[in-house]
Design a protein around this ligand. Structure first.
Ligand SMILES: [Zn+2]
Length: 230
């Protein structure tokens, strides 16, 4: 992917995440391309970030190549360094998923949207911002080989093989948390068994479902007018 394409994709994904209600004034999504990561700039509004406002950072040592990366860029770098297959990372502060880590209740899979995350989403037990390499490493350690990690009192981090998968997983993570929070007000949710998780994930986590979700999220942003100048 060229630099222009990478910048455009990150700007698009950032606006899509904002329109989807996952990003407020905070939140970032990045793309790894070769030795570099592209990430929405720290000052720009998430709903109107332009390709020119996307910052570029070296994965290996965090050197800023262009723009102003967010303070929590080390969170992204920590995930990229620990997980060679990861090519997109999102970090945001969603209401429902963050609430689980805050009250110490496990974000289990009891709805289909949770299946791609396995039995339970791990927790990084430090509410401070992830602003240096040591914290990024610690977060990646708790993330291990999962697709997401909850940051107690703070937010979530999601990792994926590409940007459409990262956006899709970000939506699913909060969707599962919202449904679980609602179910908990009625009764005790029934966790999926290993076999159920495997079967549902196989049905749900398919290229056409990911593409459908990514297209739908883009169309919602387009209808909202958030992509007019992209
Ligand atoms: Zn944060």
């Amino acid at each position: 992917m060229s630099e222009a394409e990478s910048r455009a994709l990150v700007a698009l994904a950032c606006r899509v995440m904002a329109v989807a209600g996952l990003f407020d004034m905070h939140g970032h999504i990045s793309l790894r391309e070769g030795d570099l990561t592209y990430i929405n700039g720290r000052r720009s509004s998430r709903v109107s970030v332009t390709p020119a406002q996307v910052a570029v950072v070296k994965v290996a040592d965090g050197t800023v190549v262009s723009g102003e990366p967010p303070a929590e860029t080390p969170l992204h770098l920590g995930c990229y360094r620990a997980r060679p297959e990861v090519r997109s990372v999102s970090h945001f502060h969603p209401l429902a998923a963050t609430a689980f880590a805050t009250v110490g209740k496990p974000l289990i899979t009891a709805f289909n949207a949770g299946a791609p995350f396995g039995k339970v989403v791990p927790v990084y037990d430090d509410p401070d911002l992830v602003r240096n390499d040591e914290q990024g490493r610690a977060l990646a350690k708790d993330l291990k080989d999962h697709r997401a990690v909850l940051l107690r009192g703070h937010g979530v981090a999601v990792v994926a093989e590409d940007v459409p998968r990262c956006v899709t997983l970000s939506l699913y993570l909060e969707e599962n948390a919202k449904r679980l929070a609602y179910a908990l007000t009625i009764g005790e949710p029934q966790p999926y068994s290993d076999d159920e998780i495997e079967r549902v994930a196989a049905s749900l986590w398919q290229p056409f479902v990911i593409e459908k979700t990514w297209i739908d999220a883009q169309e919602r942003a387009r209808r909202a007018g958030a992509l007019d100048d992209l």
